[in-house]
Design a protein around this ligand. Structure first.
Ligand SMILES: [Zn+2]
Ligand SMILES: [Zn+2]
Ligand SMILES: [Zn+2]
Length: 190
């Protein structure tokens, strides 16, 4: 639960990291230990992680890198468009590598995060541009809803009139992010 269901990215991890670093080098950027470590940490993650979680992971593997340097490097990689952040719910922004562009669907019932290609939103984006002159930045925030498994479970086992209503803390995205972050737990342990 909470793990990203990826689109079946086929790139081998080591190759992916090497390609990203090579593209930086071609742009005349230096490849520092912190930059390399952050790209590798983001590539190795099954889940997206917050800046704090990434800093903890990189600092564990590279105690010589100052934590402030890691945060600064993450911001630099964002500016260089190597890294993107997104908001899955109420918690802190989470990060992913920008080479495989995707949008996130978060289930508000079970917290599952599904990655979908941006083409899934293209007709909506076109319509909003055409009708309202509005340019949607759809990848900045996740779309919240109910996943297929939870929808099917709800049909098979409809809530009775006696069942309590959902407490307010289960507002859209809240549990999604909690579950997402819970799944990252083992990655930051030694
Ligand atoms: Zn943001
Ligand atoms: Zn993502
Ligand atoms: Zn669900």
């Amino acid at each position: 639960m909470g793990r990203c269901r990826h689109l079946g990215w086929s790139t081998v991890s080591a190759e992916r990291v090497a390609a990203i670093l090579e593209s930086l080098r071609e742009r005349g950027e230096r490849i520092t230990t912190a930059r390399r470590a952050l790209v590798a940490a983001l590539d190795g993650a099954d889940d997206h992680r917050s800046a704090d979680e990434l800093a903890t992971e990189v600092a564990r593997l590279h105690p010589e890198i100052h934590r402030a340097t890691i945060y600064r490097t993450l911001e630099t990689l964002r500016r260089l468009e190597v890294v993107e952040h997104t908001h899955l719910g109420h918690g802190p922004a989470v990060y992913h590598l920008a080479d495989q562009v995707h949008q996130h669907l978060v289930c508000e019932d079970c917290g599952a995060v599904t990655e979908v290609p941006p083409a899934a939103f293209r007709s909506l984006e076109r319509a909003l541009k055409r009708d309202y002159g509005f340019t949607v930045k759809s990848r900045h925030f996740a779309v919240v809803g109910v996943c297929q498994a939870c929808s099917e479970a709800a049909v098979q086992d409809p809530p009775t009139a006696a069942s309590p209503t959902e407490p307010q803390e289960n507002s859209p995205g809240g549990r999604g992010l909690a579950a997402h972050r819970r799944a990252t737990g083992p990655l930051v342990q030694s």
